[in-house]
Design a protein around this ligand. Structure first.
Ligand code: PEP
Ligand code: MG
Length: 587
């Protein structure tokens, strides 16, 4: 599809779109539209008895686009960009035309081909006819036909597809505008940096959002129509704090945002002054502040943040954006780089947490409910060779510093037993081969499934340490898909059930003398720092970008002074009162 296939509208129109700000900060730059579909579409034959099913798949995609366009019409009619309505109507009419609603179904039947190919063939047919049209107005409708076809192709593809990101202009700040981005897509921004990104889909604690925060890259998701409203190269302001996107800002608005951008920069520079100060409360209680990383390339940010350890190395990112799996040696080099880089400070390497919204290349997750499927330790136990290679690599790296192994998504004693047996097996192999490693490497588990939090005493004795993954703990406790913007407003770390679970896990771990950390997004949310301190937490792990703000809050906290208010939070089951008490803690 042509790269400039946004919905036609008045040139340089200034308008604002609202979404969910998932990564703070302000970016000003030029839009680069990512179109999920290329003109290359798959072509495959289908069996005669599958024709009906393929036609229904096509119908579903058309319906999805019909709903999308209906929603877009409603939005533009009631929004500041109402002049766009006639253009959206043209797309709706085109979609209802037999050329779209019927012809591809016929092609599926006649040629026994997949729906994408049928639509592609029909598009070729239609665009060939446009070439012969003399009327300029009608000829211009070719772009509309392409855009409608692109929408249907995108709907056929679903939200998961790969992103080959290459900024077109290196010299300016670029802002990526996409329908959806996977965590694997965003991690590529290390190589092709964008100033910010916008997506039409997505939730606040999806891994995509988490990586944006860890890269301190402003991001707004759940914009619904950004990709069709914004044009290639337009100047846009992204306010990741408020979830606002201003397209073609007026000179006054631009000046205001530049001012705020500068203020934020100054505030960040000021925070840097406490970089090497120890994190200690006013009543002299020390607190460990560790960093979460995805790749060894994050180590510069870790050093900048003054983190005193790595509390979560999301090792699965070593496995993404590649056709093959990283070998044991390649993993060893990556873990070694981080362990050595931390110079004797602890490095907690989480074993592969693949599944749900993080897929390996070529392993499209076909499960009905991937977040409840073969994810994390479940996947590793089902793939013992792959798990063994990773454990061996971590153990080999352990002799270069202080490594710890963290097992994600533990739910039952049986899984712990199997995981610990796998560690013992990897150790025995290395010993047999005469390879050096730290035989005392601590093995811990993530507490991120409600069952594990509730039944913690069941397996706590088998573990050396624990880390609470609040992102998944909230997802699974409140039954909210982290990646689904339709329910992201229900994602609530202050829900009484979440507070009871988090406080309970910290209490149980402390009683058993087991080190306990929080490594989910709650740890990096400065609004929750005092609450977690009041729960007894002394070990936080977060993306480096928020570490200094959390440290500053710790430096100004008097533990004795917050005790009574924290106790009231835990006794309350009234959300408004809980919010008011948390505000009081931060006053
Ligand atoms: C969590 O679930 O809170 C966590 C830290 O792990 P992830 O976000 O990678 O699932
Ligand atoms: Mg998790």
């Amino acid at each position: 599809m042509s790269p400039d296939s946004a919905t036609p509208r008045a040139e340089n129109a200034c308008f604002t779109i609202h979404g969910i700000g998932v990564s703070g900060g302000i970016a000003i730059g030029h839009a680069h539209l990512f179109h999920g579909m290329s003109t290359e579409v798959a072509h495959y034959e289908i069996a005669g008895h599958d024709v009906g099913r393929e036609q229904r798949r096509y119908d579903r995609a058309v319906k999805e686009v019909r709903d999308e366009l209906q929603a877009l019409t409603d939005d533009v009619l009631h929004g500041p960009a109402s002049e766009l309505a006639p253009f959206v109507n043209v797309h709706r009419m085109l979609l209802e035309d037999a050329a779209f609603s019927e012809a591809p179904r016929e092609i599926i039947r006649e040629q026994r081909c997949n729906a994408e190919w049928a639509l592609r063939s029909q598009l070729d047919e239609l665009t060939a006819q446009f070439g012969d049209i003399e009327d300029e107005y009608l000829r211009e409708r070719e772009a509309d036909v392409r855009q409608v076809a692109e929408r249907v192709l995108a709907a056929l593809a679903g939200s998961r597809r790969r992103l080959p990101v290459k900024p077109a202009r290196e010299d300016a700040e670029m802002i990526l505008v996409a329908r959806d981005l996977s965590p694997a897509d965003v991690i590529l921004f290390h190589e092709h940096p964008f100033a910010a990104f916008l997506t039409d889909m997505g939730g606040a604690t999806s891994h995509t959002a988490i990586i944006a925060r860890s890269m301190a890259m402003p991001a707004v998701v759940a914009l619904h129509h950004s990709r069709s409203l914004i044009r290639e190269d337009e100047l846009i302001v992204v306010d990741g704090n408020e979830g606002i996107v201003v397209v073609n800002p007026s000179p006054a608005a631009l000046a205001e945002y530049r001012l705020r951008q500068n203020q934020e920069r100054l505030a960040r520079e000021k925070l840097r002054q406490i970089r090497s100060a120890p994190a200690i409360t006013l009543d002299r209680e020390p607190v460990a502040l560790h960093a979460n990383i995805e790749l060894p390339t994050d180590m510069d940010a870790v050093r900048e943040s003054g983190a005193t350890g790595i509390g979560l190395f999301r090792s699965e990112f070593l496995f993404m954006n590649r056709a093959d799996l990283p070998s044991e040696d390649e993993q060893y080099e990556a873990y070694r780089e981080v362990v050595e880089g931390m110079q004797g400070k602890p490095v907690t390497i989480r074993t592969l947490d693949i599944g749900a919204d993080k897929a390996l290349d070529g392993q499209e997750n076909l499960a009905e409910n991937p977040a409840l499927g073969l994810r994390a330790i479940r996947y590793c136990l089902a793939e013992p060779r792959l798990f063994n290679a990773q454990l061996r690599a971590i153990l080999r790296a352990s002799r270069h510093g202080r490594a710890q192994i963290l097992i994600p998504m533990i739910c039952s004693q049986h899984e712990i037993t199997l995981a610990l047996a796998a560690v013992a097996r990897a150790k025995a192999e290395l010993k047999e081969e005469g390879v050096k490693f730290d035989s005392q490497v601590p093995v811990g588990a993530m507490i991120e499934i409600p069952a594990a939090a509730i039944a913690l005493p069941m397996f706590i004795r088998s573990l050396d340490f624990l880390s609470i993954g609040t992102n998944d703990l909230i997802q699974y406790t409140l039954a909210i898909d982290r990646t689904d913007d339709a329910v992201s407003h229900l994602y609530d770390p202050l829900h009484p059930a979440i507070l009871a679970l988090v406080a309970g896990v910290i209490r149980t771990a402390t009683r058993h003398g087991k080190p306990i950390a929080v490594c989910g997004e709650m740890a990096g949310d400065v609004r929750l720092t005092r609450l977690l301190l009041g729960f007894g937490l002394r070990h936080f792990s977060m993306h480096p970008a928020s570490l200094l703000a959390v440290k500053q809050r710790i430096l100004t906290t008097d533990l004795a002074g917050i005790e009574a208010t924290v106790a009231k939070v835990l006794r309350s089951d009234d959300p408004d009162r809980i919010a008011a008490l948390v505000d009081k803690l931060n006053a």
